[in-house]
Design a protein. Structure first.
Ligand SMILES: Nc1ncnc2c1ncn2[C@@H]1O[C@H](COP(=O)(O)OP(=O)(O)OP(=O)(O)O)[C@@H](O)[C@H]1O
Ligand SMILES: [Mg+2]
Length: 223
Protein backbone atom coordinates (compact mmCIF):
# COMPACT_ATOMS: atom_id res chain seq x y z
CA UNK A 1 0.00 0.00 0.00
CA UNK A 2 2.56 2.58 1.02
CA UNK A 3 5.55 2.65 -1.27
CA UNK A 4 9.22 2.88 -0.40
CA UNK A 5 9.55 6.39 1.14
CA UNK A 6 7.20 5.67 4.03
CA UNK A 7 8.38 2.62 5.97
CA UNK A 8 5.10 0.73 5.92
CA UNK A 9 6.49 -2.29 7.74
CA UNK A 10 7.72 -0.09 10.57
CA UNK A 11 4.42 1.76 10.81
CA UNK A 12 2.58 -1.57 10.90
CA UNK A 13 4.95 -2.89 13.57
CA UNK A 14 4.10 0.07 15.79
CA UNK A 15 0.35 -0.09 15.11
CA UNK A 16 0.29 -3.83 15.80
CA UNK A 17 1.48 -3.17 19.31
CA UNK A 18 -1.51 -0.99 20.07
CA UNK A 19 -4.40 -2.12 17.87
CA UNK A 20 -5.69 -5.40 16.53
CA UNK A 21 -3.75 -6.49 13.41
CA UNK A 22 -7.01 -7.02 11.51
CA UNK A 23 -7.78 -3.31 11.50
CA UNK A 24 -4.30 -2.00 10.78
CA UNK A 25 -4.98 -1.68 7.03
CA UNK A 26 -8.28 0.07 7.70
CA UNK A 27 -6.50 2.54 9.96
CA UNK A 28 -3.84 3.20 7.32
CA UNK A 29 -6.43 3.79 4.58
CA UNK A 30 -8.41 6.04 6.86
CA UNK A 31 -5.27 8.06 7.63
CA UNK A 32 -4.56 8.51 3.92
CA UNK A 33 -8.15 9.76 3.41
CA UNK A 34 -8.04 11.94 6.49
CA UNK A 35 -4.74 13.55 5.46
CA UNK A 36 -6.45 14.71 2.26
CA UNK A 37 -3.41 13.52 0.34
CA UNK A 38 -3.24 11.02 -2.45
CA UNK A 39 -1.09 7.98 -1.79
CA UNK A 40 1.37 9.37 -4.26
CA UNK A 41 1.71 12.56 -2.24
CA UNK A 42 2.11 10.62 0.99
CA UNK A 43 4.99 8.58 -0.37
CA UNK A 44 6.65 11.55 -2.00
CA UNK A 45 6.96 13.75 0.97
CA UNK A 46 4.02 14.95 3.00
CA UNK A 47 4.87 12.59 5.81
CA UNK A 48 4.25 15.12 8.59
CA UNK A 49 0.66 15.75 7.48
CA UNK A 50 0.24 12.02 7.13
CA UNK A 51 1.53 11.18 10.58
CA UNK A 52 -0.92 13.68 12.08
CA UNK A 53 -3.79 11.97 10.29
CA UNK A 54 -2.45 8.57 11.30
CA UNK A 55 -2.35 9.58 14.95
CA UNK A 56 -6.01 10.64 14.80
CA UNK A 57 -7.09 7.50 12.93
CA UNK A 58 -5.43 5.04 15.27
CA UNK A 59 -6.44 7.08 18.32
CA UNK A 60 -10.03 6.01 17.77
CA UNK A 61 -9.05 2.37 18.24
CA UNK A 62 -6.74 2.65 21.23
CA UNK A 63 -8.56 2.42 24.52
CA UNK A 64 -6.42 4.23 27.09
CA UNK A 65 -5.05 7.76 26.87
CA UNK A 66 -1.64 6.50 28.03
CA UNK A 67 -1.39 3.99 25.19
CA UNK A 68 -2.65 6.54 22.66
CA UNK A 69 0.10 8.94 23.75
CA UNK A 70 2.74 6.20 23.55
CA UNK A 71 1.66 5.14 20.08
CA UNK A 72 1.66 8.76 18.83
CA UNK A 73 5.11 9.28 20.29
CA UNK A 74 6.45 6.18 18.53
CA UNK A 75 4.97 7.30 15.21
CA UNK A 76 6.40 10.80 15.61
CA UNK A 77 9.87 9.42 16.34
CA UNK A 78 9.70 7.08 13.34
CA UNK A 79 8.55 9.79 10.95
CA UNK A 80 10.99 12.39 12.21
CA UNK A 81 13.81 9.91 11.67
CA UNK A 82 12.53 9.54 8.10
CA UNK A 83 12.01 13.25 7.64
CA UNK A 84 13.73 14.50 4.58
CA UNK A 85 13.87 11.23 2.73
CA UNK A 86 10.55 12.13 1.20
CA UNK A 87 11.07 15.86 0.90
CA UNK A 88 9.82 17.14 -2.40
CA UNK A 89 11.26 20.52 -3.15
CA UNK A 90 12.85 22.43 -5.93
CA UNK A 91 15.82 20.34 -6.88
CA UNK A 92 18.45 23.01 -6.99
CA UNK A 93 19.13 26.63 -6.22
CA UNK A 94 21.96 28.73 -7.65
CA UNK A 95 23.43 31.78 -5.94
CA UNK A 96 25.56 34.17 -7.95
CA UNK A 97 28.48 35.25 -5.79
CA UNK A 98 29.26 38.88 -6.55
CA UNK A 99 29.25 40.65 -3.23
CA UNK A 100 30.05 39.75 0.37
CA UNK A 101 26.37 39.37 1.34
CA UNK A 102 25.99 36.61 -1.31
CA UNK A 103 28.23 34.42 0.88
CA UNK A 104 25.71 34.71 3.71
CA UNK A 105 22.83 34.10 1.32
CA UNK A 106 24.44 30.90 0.05
CA UNK A 107 25.20 29.76 3.59
CA UNK A 108 21.65 30.39 4.82
CA UNK A 109 20.07 28.71 1.78
CA UNK A 110 22.25 25.63 2.26
CA UNK A 111 21.44 25.42 5.93
CA UNK A 112 17.72 25.65 5.22
CA UNK A 113 17.88 22.86 2.65
CA UNK A 114 19.75 20.65 5.12
CA UNK A 115 17.24 21.40 7.84
CA UNK A 116 14.37 20.38 5.54
CA UNK A 117 16.27 17.25 4.57
CA UNK A 118 16.48 16.25 8.22
CA UNK A 119 20.21 16.83 8.85
CA UNK A 120 21.13 17.22 12.53
CA UNK A 121 22.17 20.69 13.74
CA UNK A 122 25.77 19.55 13.51
CA UNK A 123 25.25 18.33 9.93
CA UNK A 124 23.60 21.63 8.99
CA UNK A 125 26.53 23.51 10.51
CA UNK A 126 29.09 21.42 8.59
CA UNK A 127 27.35 22.04 5.27
CA UNK A 128 26.83 25.74 6.00
CA UNK A 129 30.52 26.09 6.90
CA UNK A 130 31.59 24.36 3.69
CA UNK A 131 29.37 26.65 1.60
CA UNK A 132 30.83 29.72 3.32
CA UNK A 133 34.41 28.56 2.73
CA UNK A 134 33.77 27.89 -0.97
CA UNK A 135 31.77 31.08 -1.56
CA UNK A 136 34.36 33.16 0.29
CA UNK A 137 37.16 31.69 -1.81
CA UNK A 138 35.23 32.62 -4.96
CA UNK A 139 34.70 36.16 -3.68
CA UNK A 140 38.29 36.61 -2.45
CA UNK A 141 40.26 34.98 -5.24
CA UNK A 142 38.06 34.93 -8.36
CA UNK A 143 35.90 37.99 -7.72
CA UNK A 144 32.70 36.44 -9.05
CA UNK A 145 31.28 32.97 -9.53
CA UNK A 146 28.35 30.86 -8.45
CA UNK A 147 27.37 28.32 -5.85
CA UNK A 148 24.75 25.76 -6.77
CA UNK A 149 23.00 23.68 -4.13
CA UNK A 150 21.43 20.48 -5.39
CA UNK A 151 19.11 18.25 -3.39
CA UNK A 152 20.05 14.61 -3.83
CA UNK A 153 16.68 12.92 -3.55
CA UNK A 154 17.79 9.34 -3.08
CA UNK A 155 20.42 6.65 -3.22
CA UNK A 156 21.74 8.17 -1.05
CA UNK A 157 19.81 11.34 -0.16
CA UNK A 158 21.77 14.45 0.71
CA UNK A 159 23.08 17.69 -0.69
CA UNK A 160 25.55 18.45 -3.46
CA UNK A 161 27.36 21.77 -3.59
CA UNK A 162 28.94 23.01 -6.79
CA UNK A 163 31.17 26.07 -6.48
CA UNK A 164 32.52 27.42 -9.75
CA UNK A 165 34.25 30.46 -11.12
CA UNK A 166 36.22 31.60 -14.14
CA UNK A 167 38.99 33.07 -11.99
CA UNK A 168 42.75 32.49 -12.10
CA UNK A 169 42.60 28.87 -10.88
CA UNK A 170 44.41 27.46 -7.87
CA UNK A 171 48.19 27.11 -7.82
CA UNK A 172 49.77 24.59 -5.48
CA UNK A 173 46.69 22.39 -5.27
CA UNK A 174 48.62 19.34 -4.10
CA UNK A 175 50.43 21.33 -1.40
CA UNK A 176 47.07 22.72 -0.23
CA UNK A 177 45.53 19.23 -0.10
CA UNK A 178 48.58 17.91 1.76
CA UNK A 179 48.01 20.56 4.43
CA UNK A 180 51.41 22.14 3.82
CA UNK A 181 50.22 25.37 2.21
CA UNK A 182 51.12 28.71 3.80
CA UNK A 183 48.47 31.26 2.87
CA UNK A 184 49.14 34.99 2.60
CA UNK A 185 45.45 35.80 2.94
CA UNK A 186 44.01 33.32 5.42
CA UNK A 187 44.83 30.17 7.36
CA UNK A 188 45.28 28.20 4.17
CA UNK A 189 43.15 25.36 5.48
CA UNK A 190 39.72 26.14 3.96
CA UNK A 191 39.81 23.71 1.05
CA UNK A 192 41.34 20.96 3.15
CA UNK A 193 38.64 21.42 5.81
CA UNK A 194 35.95 21.25 3.11
CA UNK A 195 37.41 17.97 1.86
CA UNK A 196 37.49 16.49 5.37
CA UNK A 197 33.96 17.54 6.26
CA UNK A 198 32.30 16.19 3.12
CA UNK A 199 31.62 12.61 1.96
CA UNK A 200 32.66 13.32 -1.60
CA UNK A 201 35.08 15.92 -2.96
CA UNK A 202 36.10 16.73 -6.50
CA UNK A 203 38.09 19.66 -7.81
CA UNK A 204 39.04 20.85 -11.28
CA UNK A 205 41.18 23.92 -11.53
CA UNK A 206 43.60 25.48 -13.95
CA UNK A 207 44.90 28.83 -15.08
CA UNK A 208 42.79 28.86 -18.21
CA UNK A 209 39.64 27.27 -16.84
CA UNK A 210 38.92 28.71 -13.41
CA UNK A 211 37.90 26.48 -10.54
CA UNK A 212 35.05 24.02 -10.10
CA UNK A 213 34.63 22.23 -6.79
CA UNK A 214 31.88 19.63 -6.34
CA UNK A 215 31.19 18.18 -2.89
CA UNK A 216 28.47 16.00 -1.41
CA UNK A 217 27.19 15.29 2.06
CA UNK A 218 24.85 12.37 2.60
CA UNK A 219 22.06 12.29 5.13
CA UNK A 220 22.81 8.74 6.19
CA UNK A 221 26.39 9.51 7.25
CA UNK A 222 25.44 12.40 9.51
CA UNK A 223 22.08 13.02 11.07
N1 LIG B 1 38.31 29.88 -6.24
C1 LIG B 1 39.62 30.13 -6.18
N2 LIG B 1 40.25 30.71 -7.22
C2 LIG B 1 41.59 30.96 -7.19
N3 LIG B 1 42.39 30.65 -6.13
C3 LIG B 1 41.81 30.08 -5.05
C4 LIG B 1 40.40 29.79 -5.02
N4 LIG B 1 40.13 29.19 -3.84
C5 LIG B 1 41.31 29.12 -3.19
N5 LIG B 1 42.31 29.65 -3.90
C6 LIG B 1 43.76 29.69 -3.53
O1 LIG B 1 43.99 28.55 -2.73
C7 LIG B 1 44.53 28.95 -1.49
C8 LIG B 1 44.02 28.01 -0.40
O2 LIG B 1 42.63 28.22 -0.19
P1 LIG B 1 42.02 27.81 1.21
O3 LIG B 1 40.58 28.17 1.18
O4 LIG B 1 42.41 26.42 1.51
O5 LIG B 1 42.81 28.74 2.24
P2 LIG B 1 42.73 30.31 2.40
O6 LIG B 1 41.55 30.87 1.69
O7 LIG B 1 44.06 30.86 2.04
O8 LIG B 1 42.57 30.46 3.96
P3 LIG B 1 41.32 30.00 4.85
O9 LIG B 1 41.83 28.84 5.65
O10 LIG B 1 41.03 31.19 5.68
O11 LIG B 1 40.21 29.61 3.92
C9 LIG B 1 44.14 30.39 -1.30
O12 LIG B 1 45.06 31.07 -0.48
C10 LIG B 1 44.12 30.91 -2.72
O13 LIG B 1 45.43 31.30 -3.10
MG1 LIG C 1 39.61 29.99 1.96
Amino acid sequence: MLASMVPKNKVVQILNRYISPVIVDTVLSSAVRRSGLTLDEVVSGNSLRFVDALKKSCGMFIKTAGERALCCKELEVLFSSMQGLGVRRKESVAIEVEKESDIVLARVSGRKICQELGFSSYGQLCVATVISELARNIFNYAGVGRVELVVLQSAPAGIQIIAEDQGPGIDNLQIILDGKYKSKTGLGKGILAVKKMMDDFDIETGPDKGTRIVVKKYLETLR
